[in-house]
Design a protein. Sequence first.
Length: 268
Amino acid sequence: MKAVSLGVFSVLFASRVLAAPVGATLTSGSVTGASFPEPLVQQSKVSTTSKRSGGGSTGGGFGGTASASLDVGTSGGATNVSLTGSATHTNEFGYTAAYTDAAVVLTLTEAATYSITNLSTTKVNNVSTAFNPVTLESATGFINPFSATRGELAPGTYRLRFGVAAAQPSTFSFSLVSTWYNQFNSTGCKDTSVNWTLSLRKPCHGDLNFDTFVDDADFQSFVVAYNILGCAQPGMPQGCPADFNNDGVVDDFDFQIFVVSYNQLICP
């Protein structure tokens, strides 16, 4: 197949018209507090189509608190599913956590591209350490990842599980949040701050670098995929994002789709 070429162009525009946000709601699941030792004073749970929150404080003078809130909102044409929370545990033993005792189900009514921003940290031996407190998996939907933080989601349902926790050493291994925190079992961790966002946008064929424009930078990425051709061939970017018609190859049909978006420049 012959490599393609396309000239640089410029477009004048007065303002950008933002597309309607992707339809997304929280349809089930709950967040609660957990600790060792008991008893735990639970926070009031919130369960709505746009919010799930909960947490608690460790009893018996063990000095731990944890809270977490998962919220769905919109900003700049994107639908954002945002998890925030914090946790401390100051005494000599045990842990305190806020976690999903039942996975939160995210329902998408339409296809979307996604990007994940994770700014979560905890202190390990007094050193701020980045980590991932969230597990995202498909239920009736489908995840097509382009990288560790970007990809496409099909319409359907997705399960979100997470934990916001702090602990002294040798307690995470038997905790309810070991999925995310067992890596810190030998050291414990403290002053946990969780800030994780799943941003959803309507698909924009051709925007291969997710900057909301289809321009020469995207064209350069398209040419690389076009010259490889087969989605299963070595060197093809993960998820084969330039295969816009999902036929397993990046060819002239995909180029025709790309040109339409390229000439529009701005993602809808």
